[in-house]
Design a protein around this ligand. Structure first.
Ligand code: BEZ
Length: 186
C-alpha cells in the first residue's frame, strides 16, 4: 500500500471531486497542457455523438493547474475503481510529479487520454470546439456546462486556462444575439 496517495485533477475533478479526501490543495503539473481533445461518448456526449472533455498533452514549457487530493491510502483502490468507471472512455492512469501550492512536491495519479484511444478527437480551432461542445449532451449533462464550470473553477483557483477561456469566449459569442441593425442602409 502507498504511504501517501495523491490524485491530481485537471478536469471535472477540479469542481466535482466526488470522493472523500484528507486534504485538497491547488497544484500544478509541469510539462503538460490541458486540451479539450478527448471524446466523451459516455458523460458529455453519447456514442456516435461524443462531447469534448479535457485531457493533457505534453508541452515542454507549459504547466497545467488543477487540484491535488490526498486520500486515505486504504481507500485508494475503491476510489480508483470508482474513477475508472466514471472516467472510463480512453484514459489511463499515470504517476506524475506535482507541485502543491504550499511548496510540497508529491507523486500523484493523473488520468491522461492519448491519441491512440478510439475516442480521441484531437485538435480543432476554439470556434469549432465551441460549436461541437454547444451541440453535445450526455448522461452527466451538457458539454457546455462542463466547459463553463471548468473555466469558472480554474479562474477561482487564480489560473484561468487560455485554451478553455478561448472556447468559453467562442461559446459566449455564439450565444449572444446578433447585433441589431438600424435599418439605415446609408
Ligand atoms: C480530471 O482530472 O478531472 C480527470 C480528467 C480525466 C479523467 C479523470 C479525471
Amino acid at each position: 500500500m502507498r504511504a501517501m496517495a495523491w490524485i491530481f485533477g485537471y478536469g471535472s475533478l477540479v469542481w466535482r471531486p466526488a470522493f472523500p479526501a484528507v486534504e485538497r490543495v491547488p497544484a500544478a503539473l509541469a510539462g503538460w497542457t490541458r486540451r479539450l481533445w478527448q471524446g466523451s461518448p459516455d458523460h458529455r456526449g453519447v456514442p456516435g455523438a461524443p462531447g469534448r472533455v479535457a485531457t493533457l498533452v505534453p508541452a515542454a514549457d507549459a504547466r497545467v493547474h488543477g487540484v491535488a487530493s490526498r486520500v486515505e491510502p486504504n481507500a485508494l483502490d475503491d476510489i480508483l475503481s470508482a474513477l475508472d468507471i466514471r472516467e472510463q472512455a480512453g484514459y489511463a492512469r499515470h504517476d506524475l510529479p506535482v507541485r502543491l501550492r504550499d511548496g510540497r512536491r508529491v507523486e500523484a495519479l493523473v488520468y491522461v487520454a492519448t491519441a491512440d484511444n478510439t475516442d480521441w478527437l484531437g485538435p480543432a480551432t476554439a470556434e469549432a470546439i465551441a460549436a461541437h461542445v454547444a451541440g453535445s449532451h450526455g448522461p452527466s449533462g451538457s458539454n457546455a456546462e462542463y466547459v463553463r464550470r471548468l473555466h469558472t473553477a480554474l479562474a477561482e483557483l487564480g489560473h484561468p486556462d487560455p485554451h478553455i477561456a478561448a472556447v468559453v469566449a467562442a461559446l459566449d459569442a455564439a450565444d449572444s444575439p446578433a447585433r441589431p441593425t438600424t435599418g439605415d442602409n446609408r
